[in-house]
Design a protein around this ligand. Structure first.
Ligand code: NAD
Length: 433
């Protein structure tokens, strides 16, 4: 332990990061900016080429900063996993999607742990960062790593540390977002804490790996449930003839005991729609029905249907049928000001609109094309904003801040704003969720 501690303190520890995506690359940057030599182990050859050429493929990582680290020899990537044996710390940041049945798909964790196991050496620390159900590190990763004879907690160190990065967040990045760590043993926790403490402002140690795993799931379940409640509030306000945004805005004036969440056309991204299901799945194996998770999931996933139905009602006020209307959707990314369309509710809305027979275009300056499945691809209509009068309704789905909503409100025949991007604007043509 003393040897690896010394290596960390002197920044001579070699850091291997498995999976160089939205999570792995920013983390690699933070370690290399602090003087650690980082190697990214990837299965995507294009990412490896880009990284080694100093070309960033993640919007939050500036190319110039990344090129500087590559040029200094502190950052590189490889498809060849044999180099894992040279690493003092291995941090795993691979995807954890859901299967079609909404059960956890831990196959990427399994594949990367299989590689890690081949090159595991005495004194190494292995940390899992991928979001997953409580028990994964102890019940899945530990036995796999121990098949070679080395014992976790005795011969090598094992910990879980949830990744909390919020893509597009200008205020909080890897360095100033507190990092939670939980190890298999107190020594594993201490070492993981020391490692992250070398590059992250604040590290919070918790009792074990399961606690650290559940922390992440609590955070994202908290968001999913609260957004679900606000979505239901929007449905109730619609029935009551009230403006949900005004209600939430006024409630948020209370300086204690209230935290605003906002409704919308559904939830998206790689985390909020998926993570609660990891917890739900685990709890079902323990014969526990996770009711909040189920209810929030049902409400949130019904929102695309709701907004399309509302759009139909709004068009009816002008004597127009949705099936014969031309609709422009603004935004395809799952949240404003980012280029990530994963699990975006905008895609569901587009599919539903097309099903009704409506002619739907979308405009998103960050998402050039979107795959609707079965080979069907739609492209962002670059000139749509110039031809706004051609559309029966403009539906604001993802409110990127670079778009002029005042102009849209002034020129569009009808606006259906699902995100309150037109806050404060008045006009008989403006309808809000
Ligand atoms: N994106 C986020 O905002 C975010 C935030 C917090 C937590 N997370 C979690 O972090 C984990 C990673 O998410 P991400 O968004 O970085 O995913 P990502 O898809 O952007 O990146 C994962 C990378 O892992 C690579 N990969 C897949 N299998 C591999 C293997 N066997 N060996 C090496 N590399 C492999 C992929 O090619 C990809 O580049 C997930 O568990 C996710 O839930 C993501």
């Amino acid at each position: 332990m003393d040897k690896i501690k010394e290596l960390i303190k002197t920044r001579k520890a070699k850091i291997g990061i498995v999976g160089m995506g939205y999570v792995g690359l920013p983390l690699a940057m933070e370690f290399s900016k602090s003087g650690f030599a980082v190697t990214g182990f990837e299965v995507d050859a294009q990412k490896v080429r880009d990284l080694n050429a100093g070309q960033s493929y993640i919007p939050d990582v500036p190319t110039a900063e990344m090129a500087a680290m590559v040029n200094k020899g502190l950052l590189s990537a490889t498809l060849d996993f044999t180099g894992l044996k040279k690493q003092d710390a291995v941090i795993i940041c691979v995807p954890t999607p859901l299967r079609k049945s909404k059960d956890p798909d831990v196959s990427y964790i399994v594949a990367s742990v299989q590689e890690t196991r081949k090159y595991l050496k005495r004194g190494q620390i292995i940390i899992l960062e991928s979001t997953t159900y409580p028990g994964t590190t102890k019940e899945l990763v530990k036995p796999m790593l121990e098949t070679g004879g080395l014992k976790a907690g005795r011969d090598f160190y094992l910990a879980f540390s949830p990744e909390r990065v919020d893509p597009g967040n200008k205020k909080y990045g890897v360095k100033n977002t507190p990092k939670v760590v939980g190890g298999l043993t107190p020594a594993c926790t201490e070492l993981a804490g020391l490692l992250y403490g070398a590059v992250i402002d604040r590290v919070l140690e918790v009792s074990n790996t399961e606690t650290a795993e559940l922390v992440k799931l609590l955070e994202n379940t908290f968001r999913a449930v609260n957004i679900g409640m606000m979505n239901e509030m929007a449905l109730m306000c619609n029935k009551l003839g009230l403006d949900v945004w005004e209600v939430i805005g006024a409630a948020a004036s209370k300086p204690f005991g209230f935290m605003p969440f906002f409704p919308g056309p559904g939830i998206g991204g790689h985390c909020i729609p998926l993570d609660p299901h990891y917890l739900g799945w685990k709890m079902k194996t323990l014969n526990f029905e996770p009711r909040f998770i189920e209810l929030a999931g049902a409400i949130n996933s019904s929102m695309p249907d709701h907004v399309v139905a509302r759009l139909g009602e709004i068009l009816n006020t002008r004597g127009k049928a949705l099936s014969r209307s031309k609709i422009l959707m603004i935004g395809m990314a799952y949240k404003p000001d980012i280029a990530d369309p994963r699990e975006s509710p905008a895609r569901d809305v587009l599919i539903l609109l097309e099903k009704t027979g409506a002619k739907a275009d979308y405009y998103d300056p960050y998402v050039a094309e979107t795959d609707l499945g079965e080979g069907e691809v739609r492209r962002s209509s670059k000139d749509a904003l110039k031809k706004i009068k051609n559309y029966d309704c403009v539906m604001i789905v993802t409110p990127h801040s670079c778009i002029d909503y005042v102009k849209i409100a002034k020129t569009a025949r009808l606006v259906f704003d699902t995100r309150n991007a037109t806050k404060g604007l008045k006009g008989k043509n403006i309808f809000r969720l």
